[in-house]
Design a protein around this ligand. Sequence first.
Ligand code: URA
Ligand code: SF4
Length: 208
Amino acid sequence: MNPKEILAKIAEETATCEKCELHYSRKHAVPGEGPADAEIMLIGEGPGFHENEQGRPFVGAAGKFLDELLTLIDLKREDVFITNVVKCRPPGNRDPKPEELAACSDYLERQIHAINPKVIVTLGRFSMLRFLPNAKIGQIHGQAMSIRGRLVVPMYHPAAALHQRSLKPIIEADFKKLPELIQKTDTIIEYQEEEHKRKDEPKQLSMF
Ligand code: URA
Ligand code: SF4
């Protein structure tokens, strides 16, 4: 299967997936969308009300702001792949539970493999924690980290910036750094994974 076919297969699987309890209340799974050869992959938290209605990621207020952020760097939604760490809406937009994140993780992992993006932008805490388990968003937002050879840039969630206006210029400034970060991969800090690893984790644990 080529990357496009793999992505289509993943979308098909999520539509009928019953691997966690989020399937009970979903209307539509939201597998994510964008080109199979996207250089930039944006990973949010989970579908909200509008996403659950439409089966598409970031179509509500946060999505509108995300479109504005992409425009700042001359990108359109069609240029990037957008998805979430959980593909079905947590009821009432509650936080995804650890067992839901674990159950859904394989879909995201396969999407990352298929797309092989140059850079992954994590939007919000749950997405960041998947790659940077002990990181604090206030300390590392907008900084590019090289994690096993792949660039990961943690950002605040666009919805957070809508609720807390002081975050708006911060997330805008972080987005504006993206084009340069993609060009200058040699200046990127290698994330000290060992320091953040729990002692009982297997050595070969792959994050991708
Ligand atoms: N918030 C997210 O994290 N993801 C979406 O798809 C929409 C809102
Ligand atoms: Fe399956 Fe993920 Fe939906 Fe849970 S959130 S039912 S694991 S697709």
